[in-house]
Ligand binder design. Structure first.
Ligand code: CA
Length: 305
């Protein structure tokens, strides 16, 4: 673990002394877990979005935005991966709209919360739905949206579609988001095995997307935080070609930005048939930031990089 922490120093946004305390219990994925909030911490980030080797355009949009608290000296972050779908430029338009609207709404509030996050995703849904209804070029467009929001030591996920949010805690790697695809639904209901799901020809057919219907059901939940946790968001262009174990091993051995670069490169070397987007955030104690440098603290914001 120590090696990893040393690698992370380059991507520090800020750092403070550290204290952790438990504030409440919440239900996540069917079982009760302690929800910790971290009072003082440093944030480390990495991000990359790539067109891949086959597609003409990058229809993924990503964002990584620093959020400032007016009352607390702790950094916050908003991380988004959106994977657009639709003909011509429609997929690109849908994912870009989603990222911009969510970023605007979360950025405009002094107190980002689960409620504001839900409102932001719903607003993105309506905006995409309306534009698709009014402009024939954008008819039927939609997008996946996976959001990780961390503010004043608490974190939440909002998720629709088949982009993913994973968490690496020490050596343990879990997928926090649920794939909203027909194939994943069949797997959850025991109709097919995990291996059959992984190679199923229709594995990328969504049963839910942002912007395709007026009503949207969002997977929304608080995210349990511990020091050293790494949160990793990606589009299917990555996990179709790079397995979980490879992602986990990379994050354990390289800095977050180096991991993002290496993983995207690996997917491209395996064909890169789709757009590939990755965003990584680590929340850790500042004493581990051995070589923090002011020049690396700039906020990284990008869309369709
Ligand atoms: Ca994709």
């Amino acid at each position: 673990m120590k090696d990893i922490l040393i690698h992370f120093y380059k991507y520090c946004l800020s750092f403070f002394s550290f204290k952790e305390k438990t504030v409440c219990n919440n239900q996540i994925a069917g079982e009760y877990k302690k929800i910790s909030f971290i009072e003082h911490y440093g944030l480390y980030t990495g991000m990359l979005s790539d067109r891949g080797c086959v597609r003409k355009r990058n229809e993924d949009s990503v964002a990584l935005v620093e959020l400032k608290s007016k009352t607390k000296m702790t950094p916050g972050v908003l991380a988004i991966v959106a994977d657009g779908m639709g003909g011509h430029n429609a997929g690109n338009r849908a994912s870009e709209l989603a990222v911009n609207i969510i970023r605007e709404i979360i950025g405009a509030t002094d107190n980002p919360s689960e409620k504001v996050l839900a409102e932001a995703v719903q607003a993105a849904n309506i905006a995409i739905f309306n534009e698709a209804s009014e402009n024939v070029d954008y008819a039927g467009m939609g997008t996946t949206v996976t959001v990780f929001l961390l503010f004043e030591g608490q974190a939440w996920m909002a998720h629709v579609g088949d982009s993913r949010l994973y968490r690496l805690r020490k050596n343990a790697w879990i997928q926090l988001s649920e794939d909203h695809t027909f194939v994943a639904g069949m797997e959850r209901n025991g109709l097919i095995t995990a291996e059959q799901a992984r190679t199923h020809p229709d594995r990328n057919v969504l049963d839910r997307a942002v912007g395709t219907h007026r009503y949207l059901e969002i997977m929304l939940m608080p995210v349990d935080l511990e020091t050293g946790d790494v949160f990793f968001l990606c589009s299917d262009g990555l996990y179709d070609l790079v397995c979980s174990e490879e992602i986990r091993e990379t994050l354990l051995n390289y800095s977050l930005q180096a991991s993002c670069n290496l993983l995207v490169d690996l997917a491209k070397r395996r064909g890169g048939h789709d757009n590939i987007s990755v965003v990584a955030v680590c929340c850790d104690q500042p004493s581990n930031l051995l070589f923090s440098s002011p020049s690396t603290r700039d906020v990284v914001i990008a869309s369709n990089a």
